[in-house]
Ligand binder design. Structure first.
Ligand code: KG4
Ligand code: ZN
Length: 348
């Protein structure tokens, strides 16, 4: 007897509702993945404005859920369990999703699971590539997070191996895009500009790669400053800014550090599979360099398609399905959203 799991995501600027079917053999099938984004409302501020995001979630939540049920050809009464992002994320934004999920769970009388957004970014890969081997290594790269994680059990045991000490990789993309007068969010336009540039044109620094640096931690703020200084110097000389070359050289520095550290972590811990997820996993150079280096090191690489890498409800439904399959205890209806939920807490 298969079960339908509904997933609700509202941690940042995407209102997501996903529906999946958990089959008896533990495989999880994607049925619907509807997203409403408020990104355009934040663009002129160059970053997400929390109050604007919360209001947008409130307006989009029920229509997005309706679209998901229509797409899947299901009724609310078909739902067997609900999972919702409990954290980490923006407090007011999380609250909208958590409140909606509690209302649906109470009205439908089904179990509710408050789950971890970061674990959702990893779990989503099972919708495309099937069950995750255990252990596997995950490189999570988004606008808010840059982490290397050891995943022994997607439903229960995730351990942080390293993380950024300052900016997240996506944040660096967004800040560098701003320096280059490219639109927000900065990842896609930099990715595009870089295709016409020379990645060796400018030797930007590789943060935290010295012999005394923590081998699996990251730093991107020095890189961002180096790009700013380079652009300022060119402007002072009255030179035109070679946007394509700056974008390509910056992108190469990011992809180089991320892939080198991830492959080293996998090799040193004897882990044979690397999953890269989060918004920055959609980056074309990151995935091509990761493919090259993983192949050379004999590591299997899994990168979900771009639509699944950025925030969505399907990732929360997928994680919820794994949590249900593992027989975890549901969350009590009075749990609170936790903006700083640690990645080691997969469900609360
Ligand atoms: O996972 P996500 O949708 O939201 C967070 O949880 O943060 O990630 C958003 C981030 C943004 O910083 C955006 O610039 C970046 O992912 N991003 C990319 C690309 N597409 C989105 N970065 C590099 N290359 C891309 N193609
Ligand atoms: Zn995310």
């Amino acid at each position: 007897m298969s079960r339908i799991v509904m997933g609700i995501e509202s941690s940042c600027d995407e209102t997501g509702v996903g529906l999946v079917r958990l089959h008896d053999d533990g495989t999880v099938e994607l049925l619907a993945d509807e997203v409403a984004s408020s990104v355009e409302q934040h663009a002129r501020f160059g970053g997400v404005v929390p109050e604007v995001a919360s209001r947008a979630h409130l307006e989009a939540m029920v229509p997005t859920a309706r679209r998901a049920f229509d797409t899947a050809g299901l009724e609310l009464s078909d739902v067997d369990a609900i999972a919702v992002t409990a954290g980490p994320g923006l407090a007011g934004a999380l609250l909208v999703g958590v409140s909606a999920a509690k209302a649906y769970a109470a009205a439908l009388d089904v179990p509710l699971y408050g789950v971890n957004h970061l674990a959702g970014h990893i779990a989503v890969d099972t919708l495309q590539h099937g069950p995750l081997p255990a252990p596997c290594l995950a490189l999570l790269v988004s606008g808010g997070h840059t982490q290397l994680l050891r995943v022994d059990d997607i439903a229960g045991k995730i351990t942080e191996i390293g993380s950024t000490v300052d900016d997240a990789a996506g944040e660096a993309y967004d800040k560098v895009a701003r320096l280059l007068d490219l639109p927000y969010p900065g990842g896609p336009p930099i990715d595009k500009a870089a295709k016409n540039g020379d990645p060796r044109a400018i030797a930007f620094p590789r943060g935290m790669t010295g012999p005394r640096d923590a081998p699996f931690d990251f730093s991107f703020s020095g890189l961002k400053t180096a790009v700013a200084r380079w652009v300022e110097a060119a402007e002072r000389r009255g030179d035109p800014i070679p946007v394509d070359n700056v974008a390509a050289s910056f992108q190469e520095a990011v992809a180089d550090v991320l892939t080198a550290k991830a492959v080293r972590a996998a090799t040193e811990s004897g882990i044979g599979t690397l999953v890269i997820s989060g918004g920055v996993a959609a980056n074309s150079r990151l995935s091509s360099l990761a493919a090259e280096r993983c192949e050379a090191a004999g590591i299997e690489l899994r990168v979900p398609r771009p639509r699944l890498c950025t925030d969505n409800g399907a990732m929360i439904a997928a994680l919820g399905a794994h949590v249900v399959a593992a027989g975890c205890t549901p969350s009590s209806l009075d749990f609170s959203a936790n903006p700083a939920l640690p990645v080691s807490t997969v469900s609360i």
